[in-house]
Design a protein around this ligand. Sequence first.
Ligand SMILES: [Ca+2]
Ligand SMILES: [Ca+2]
Length: 536
Amino acid sequence: MITPRRTTLAAAIALAAVPPAAAQLTLDIQDYVQAPVTGRVDGAGSNELLLARINALREEAGGAKRFFISDLNGPLYVFDKATKTFSVYLDFNGNRGRTGIFHKLTIQQGYGNGLNGFYLDPDYARNGKFYTVHMEDPALPGSNLPDNTAFPALNVAGYRTTDAVRTPGPVQTEGVLVEWTDTNPSNATFEGTARELLRVQLNTRSHPMGDLIFNPTARRGDPDWRVLYVECGDGASGESTNVAIRSNPQRLDTLVGKILRIIPDLGEHASTSTVSGNGRYRIPNDNPFVATPGARTEIWAYGFRNPHRLTWAVDPAAPATSRLIVNSVGLHTWETVYIVRKGGNYGYGLREGNQLLKLDNQTAPLPADDRIPLQIGDTPSAPLVTPLYPVIQYGHGPDGGDAIGSGFVYRGKAVPELRGKYLFTDLTTGRIWWADYRDMLAADDGRPETLAAIHEVSLRWNGKTYDSIFPVVEAAYKARGGASPKLPGRPELVKGGRADVRFSIDADGELYLYSKSDGVIRKVVGATTTRTSSNR
Ligand SMILES: [Ca+2]
Ligand SMILES: [Ca+2]
């Protein structure tokens, strides 16, 4: 029997999937720079055949001369904008036969393994600090201490690892959060020290730990100043047929399937926080579970599958509407964007998108009593909490995509057409959509059936217009010598291969697109809106 609520939900999904005829937005994109090839052009292997696994582009506050660009395969570059040259700032890849820092870095399998996360301290220009997350395979040979042979200015004396935070079930990898302090932040080389802050066990190579972000609106003296948000994927536990680990994203005594909030610098906010159990960072007193017995106090929000991209949406004209936004890759049905609330339970692996996720990993309508028991340890307990739902979702298949990439609310000056719009990518198809940020705020209403409408973007590159960036990436992959007949990626994906494209922003809020498949960074340089009589 179909309840009225289900009818409403179905209608809402249909509306979200097919927005009414609207203006067509076309982005003008230009090639910006090609990253050095760190993969293999011969088309062999899995991750190896991605030409350069660019995974972050960051710029220091007030910066104008350089970017920091990371490649999952190991290098962290300083990129000189004037000369368009890459300098290796650090190389994390110390696998057998490589000269980088970490012998146990794992890069071969799992889309997000390697140097996963990188973010500059908001005060980097003065304190030289930045933070990285990389993935280690404990079974790989060698020490898990950093090796400074190739980077002798990295002082490793006194570096100590931390005990990995236990995750129930088998362990394949560990996510490692490290704080780096460069004693001279103004040059393109690293000289200084490093400090391991946190090490988290993950059940598989999928859905790792990775993205990091500071609140860009926080200023010295604010509670969020230099407070770091870290996302940790569920290690594929939430879809596991092993019921012993399936509840890991819901369990408040684990760090997987969570967004964490910590104060990395032990000297910051000392009077309003406590030192973590491992003594390496601080826990803000206003974290939501500091008073919950048995809960990990680092947790800010929970119940995620692969919340691999974090961004702060900032409207300079309305700072109070700033929100932390997370994009999470779905299982079989829904790709999602969430507005992150303190202490929120985002439902996975008991919900996917705005639906119930059953033990057989199929989705179904929400139950009449839409509440989930709090879980600490093996057994669910009281109290019951109502999960929070996406503000954007799109389905898998020809009308949608496969795996959501990153997104940003545009706050730059160069392309006024984009102001107030949240633009995001689908990793595999290379499709790009936008949503009105006000619609996203409105959809953050506790009602699963209300979602922000999304509108597909077309792209203009080298004088031609495209429905997605996929053919642009494919052409560049081939032009750079890539020999694989199809872009890398599994055949069940919509187009057979992955454009693997994500947005990033510079310090001015201008948008860039980067792809692992072709290793090219492109810039959004303009946009036009044309009125259409029907949606494409
Ligand atoms: Ca330096
Ligand atoms: Ca809603």
